[in-house]
Unconditional design. Structure first.
Length: 100
């Protein structure tokens, strides 16, 4: 039996705010393809560009947040670049919610 569901993971990550934008990673369309098996969570982190400077910080935040859900969780994060349509939506939200 799985310890947590994709819904549990998405709910927890929906509270994780982007460090530079006043929206959650889920709201920004950055979290996809959540799969849970026993004590493992696999997900895709969608980035506007694969070389974004906050990439490592985002990975650390996701892993820390999920370890708070269950300390034995093993997290695997695949990274993909957003499509042009996803990137356009992200940019619009980023412009509206920019913190700096």
């Amino acid at each position: 039996m799985d310890k947590f569901s994709p819904h549990d993971v998405e709910q927890v990550l929906s509270k994780v705010m982007h460090p530079e934008i006043n929206y959650s990673l889920v709201d920004l369309g950055m979290i996809e393809d959540i799969v849970c098996k026993k004590d493992e969570a696999h997900l895709t982190l969608k980035l506007p560009f694969l070389q974004v400077p906050v990439k490592d910080l985002l990975i650390d935040i996701i892993k820390k947040t999920l370890s708070d859900l269950d300390s034995s969780i093993q997290v695997e994060i695949n990274m993909e670049q957003m499509s042009q349509q996803e990137r356009d939506k992200f940019k619009k939200m980023a412009k509206e919610g920019w913190k700096l």
